[in-house]
Design a protein. Sequence first.
Length: 390
Amino acid sequence: MQQFFALGVLLLTLLLPFGNLERVSLVNQTINFYLHDLLIAVLLLSQIKQIWPSFIRHRYLIGFTLFSIVSLILSLDFLQAKEVLIASLYLWRYLSYLIFFLILMQYKYDWLQFRLPIYLSFSIILSMLFGLVQYFAFPNLESLYSAGWDRHNYRLVGTWLDANFTGLLLSMFLLWIIYKLLKLPPNPYKLLVFKKRYYSILALLAFITLLLTYSRSSFLAFLIALLVLFFKKNRYYFLAIALVFLILIPFLPQRFGEGTKLLRTSTIEARLGNYQQGIELFKQKPLFGYGFNTLRYIRNNQEELALPSHSAAGLDNSLLFLLVTVGFFGTSQFILFWHRQLKNLAKPIVISLAVAIVVHSMFTNSVFYPFVMLYLYLFLAEIKMFKAKI
């Protein structure tokens, strides 16, 4: 079963670049899942004996799960049973991702250790190529707006169809590539020279594609995460990369529409209104919240929350999303769980990736975006497997 699980992990790296092309929607888009969800379910079944031990060892995960279930049960007071059932499916999906992550982090198999970075880099290349094809061949995505997607015209959105999420993923890719470059030893062997050139080209491509997203939240997340990565040493690298990044931003192509204007204010105003909605909802149910992923059904001031049809969250801030849906108790358990996980992997690259997601999550609900979660888990597993330090 070890090799089956390892093959499944590698297949996952090849599925993720297809983004929303592997999305399946049912019951008028109220139930959505991805093909990789089915793959993870199969992988968990192959490791069924590891599921309970992996879960029971983490008390904060148990706490988060219990409070999430309690919040959903309490939501039956103001929601229909069908609505609560649909919302609960997303909780089980998130928990399945976490169990998959915990099993993967315990995994010791040389065959996977050798191949995972190769497949991850190929996954990154595929993601960036899809993004560039979309940017040059299909820059105007106005037709997708009627299907429920946000307007991201003349921006690189790739297969994820959202410039902000794509920008964060590209930031994570770039941070991981820089990390791989930095840990290569400085000697002239041909293989190492090839690797340096290979990762350098990847970094340049990721750098360009990130700029083409025009995502200000992603730019900010990347620069702060980069500072964390180089904080203890190699600070001149940070200054050089940041300077080039900031110099190039004003020279980005300015196309027709609001999306490519980096000084746009409409999205800022929309987010402020969204934050205010979240704060008001949290005040009403601060302890247990409204139930995980139930916001699509909640009405605030007799008006349904203005949610895009492809958003399961409804709030542009991951912390607010947690506070509103699982309350203070569930949120505290969630934070403590991840604090312990990251503390066990206290390396600059791990902290850097976490900082990128946290900063970005202030503007978009990035923490619970499936592709962000799964790429993070794969990066953390690869980093732990090789026990590399920079």
